[in-house]
Design a protein around this ligand. Structure first.
Ligand SMILES: NC(=O)c1ccc[n+]([C@@H]2O[C@H](COP(=O)([O-])OP(=O)(O)OC[C@H]3O[C@@H](n4cnc5c(N)ncnc54)[C@H](O)[C@@H]3O)[C@@H](O)[C@H]2O)c1
Ligand SMILES: O=C(O)[C@H](O)COP(=O)(O)O
Length: 616
């Protein structure tokens, strides 16, 4: 006997043959007859008769499907911690949806403490969201929203491990950053900041602050992404010749802006001005170091509105001392604010701004709205378009896959519940689909993994971390598609686990894998195969699965035990290999049977094995 762990949804088993007589409502009423009829109906086919249980509305069920993807549903008003100044329009959106806690300048300890009770955290660049924050939150934190682009202040690995979605606002401050880059470029070429300070100091030093022209010079952009491209557009308007280095940029996009893509070395040796616009990653950290400055064109000027860490400050100070670099304009620093003894901040050949790239009224309103919407969507369980640590599923794909999300999770769970003591590492997921060539399986795969892992780990499993958790537990996911007729996205799905043993041996297929298959009918998930038996039962509620001899009386005996324990049967499905051979029966139960009832079922003659699956 096997008592299967709980399914998370409160659902009830039911069948599809709605026109069939409703005799199973009361197991004392003709159950044996109906069961016998079903058994003899077809070889390896089951007949199903059902009572329609009350169920959640379709819209609620679909909402639950999507919420399950991110496990980000929040029952009451969510708590949204805003740890840095956020534009008013974004705050208004957040306040309409949840309880907003605006707490600025938190110490790391205070942030951890607040994370324990916050569903969402909204930050800019000053808040360090470390592993400790996710550890303290322990799953409570569903989403971190970065009101801006750079997420280098968020430990993405830890966020993913804890199933916390990270979203950003990648577009609203692009122009502001580009404009700041251009402003610094102009200021740097004409000594604006130094001349301003000198003049305000009572001096009139026209000879000292002679600048250099931009027009006709070459600007090298490092990082030809959103900001880099906008800087290029503006720089060309100033008469600069623009080249760019970006290993991942498209030639077409560059050509459209009349920008030549070049190697790192060529950019260094060719340009008079440098503007940095790449993200801070392990690959770009300190990329402007001693070696780069040894190759740079003498007298170059550097603007950095990207991230402080991409420049090695000591190496730049040396290059300035050696007059290899003529000047620098820095908006960003490896540590912000920079310490008093920073090697660059106090120099007369360096101008600095306190990370102002995104600080225009327009950009701040834009990022605030962009991030508020993304965070609210995530809290509602919808997939955010600006997810940083989760696959992006386009809305149209999501709409098509929604009905299969519950099925995928249910199959993963059902298969896992049927595994014996030997465990498993190989997970085979097969999609029968008319769209075998372009089916995006990431969402369904994540939900199968969620179904599998939920019963064996305390970690939150969702679309964000499913693949990672599967890998960390040594699971090997093998996906395949089987072409089918039709126009839908999917006909059916099967999940098989590579294990030699099952607690319910009828669940083993011909390859000795625990195997279940299912489909979606009228937006409800159904099991259509267990092992080598075809069945037809809704993947919901409490189900009693029995393997028994195919002979009269057994089904009646089991239902009589249930009836004497006042357990209503809502649905049944019977399948057999051949007349007189093994058969399996699935009974939907309104209640979970008591221990004594289970003992009595165990005692029914002819029952070889049975198990109970329940959602409550
Ligand atoms: N100072 C500010 O206030 C401010 C404002 C906005 C953005 N930023 C920063 O500016 C940078 C760019 O932002 P974005 O929105 O354009 O990002 P983006 O992702 O659109 O562009 C970044 C580009 O850098 C490229 N890149 C990656 N590695 C590279 C490498 N080793 N060498 C050259 N290029 C490389 C990428 O291919 C990409 O095209 C980010 O670091 C962001 O945080 C700063
Ligand atoms: O990455 C960004 O978006 C910029 O660095 C802006 O940072 P901020 O929001 O702290 O101004």
């Amino acid at each position: 006997m096997l008592l299967l762990p709980a399914l998370p949804q409160q659902l009830t088993v039911r069948g599809t043959n709605d026109a069939a007589p409703n005799r199973l409502n009361n197991p004392c009423c003709g159950l044996g007859h109906v069961a016998q009829h079903s058994v003899h109906s077809a070889k390896l086919q089951s007949k199903a008769h059902s009572q329609q249980p009350s169920r959640p509305s379709r819209s609620r069920r679909l909402q639950a499907c999507v919420c399950g993807v991110l496990a980000a549903t929040v029952e009451s008003r969510p708590t949204i911690l805003v740890s840095e100044k956020l534009g008013t329009p974004g705050l208004s959106l957040l306040e309409a949806y949840g309880n907003v806690d605006q707490s600025f300048d938190l110490t790391p300890e205070q942030l951890c403490e607040k994370a324990k009770t916050s569903d969402a955290l909204i930050i800019r660049s000053a808040t360090q969201v470390t592993r400790a924050v996710f550890e303290a939150a322990n799953g409570k934190l569903k989403v971190v929203g970065r009101a801006g682009v750079g997420v280098d202040n968020v430990d993405l690995e830890a966020a993913t491990e804890y199933g916390c979605l990270v979203v950003n606002a990648p577009t609203a401050n692009t122009v502001a950053a580009a404009e700041h880059g251009i402003a610094l470029l102009a200021a740097l070429s004409r000594n604006i900041a130094q001349a301003d300070a000198s003049t305000k100091n009572g001096k009139w030093q026209r000879g000292k602050y002679v600048g250099v022209a931009l027009a006709g010079k070459t600007l090298a952009i490092f990082g030809f992404g959103k900001v880099g491209a906008e800087v290029a557009r503006r720089a060309r308007g100033l008469g600069l010749n623009v080249i760019a280095h970006d290993p991942f940029a498209s030639e077409t996009k560059a050509a459209a802006l009349h920008v030549k893509l070049v190697s790192f070395e060529e950019a260094l040796s060719t340009a008079e001005f440098f503007s940095l616009h790449m993200p801070l990653t392990p690959g770009t950290k300190g990329i402007f170091g001693t070696e780069a400055f040894s190759k740079i064109k003498k007298g170059a000027r550097i603007v950095n509105v990207a991230r402080g860490g991409v420049i090695d400050d000591v190496a730049l100070a040396k290059a300035l001392d050696d007059k290899i670099v003529a000047g620098a304009a820095l908006d960003v620093f490896a540590v912000e604010p920079p310490p008093a003894d920073h090697p660059l901040v106090g120099r007369p050949d360096v101008i600095v701004t306190p990370h102002l790239g995104a600080s225009t009224i327009e950009a701040q309103e834009g990022v605030a709205v962009e991030i508020a919407e993304a965070v609210i969507d995530a809290l509602k369980g919808e997939l955010a378009a600006t997810a940083v640590n989760a696959p992006m599923v386009p809305p149209e794909v999501l709409a098509q896959l929604q009905p299969f999300v519950t099925l995928a999770q249910g199959l993963g769970r059902a298969a896992t519940q049927l595994v014996g003591d030997s465990g498993f590492t190989d997970v085979y997921i097969s999609y029968t689909t008319p769209r075998s060539d372009d089916l995006d399986t990431r969402l369904l795969r994540a939900m199968v993994i969620k179904g599998i892992l939920e019963s064996i780990t305390t970690s939150t499993v969702n679309l964000v971390n499913a693949d990672l958790l599967a890998k960390s537990r040594g699971l090997r996911i093998i996906e395949s598609t089987v072409p089918s007729e039709g126009r839908g996205v999917l006909t059916s799905m099967a999940v098989s686990l590579g294990t030699g043993s099952s607690k319910f041996s009828a669940a083993l297929d011909y390859r000795q894998r625990v195997s279940v298959a299912g489909t979606v009918k009228d937006n409800h998930p159904y099991l259509i195969r267990i092992g080598i038996f075809d069945v037809d039962l809704a993947l919901e509620g409490t189900v009693l699965l029995c393997r028994q001899q195919d002979r009269p009386g057994i089904i009646a005996a089991v239902s009589s035990v249930l009836a004497s324990n006042d357990i209503n049967i809502s649905f049944m499905s019977v399948a057999r290999l051949d007349s007189g051979q093994d058969a399996i029966m699935a009974l939907g139960l309104d209640h979970y049977p008591s221990d004594s009832c289970i003992q009595k079922i165990r005692g029914v003659e002819g029952i070889a094995e049975f198990c109970i699956s329940t959602s409550s």
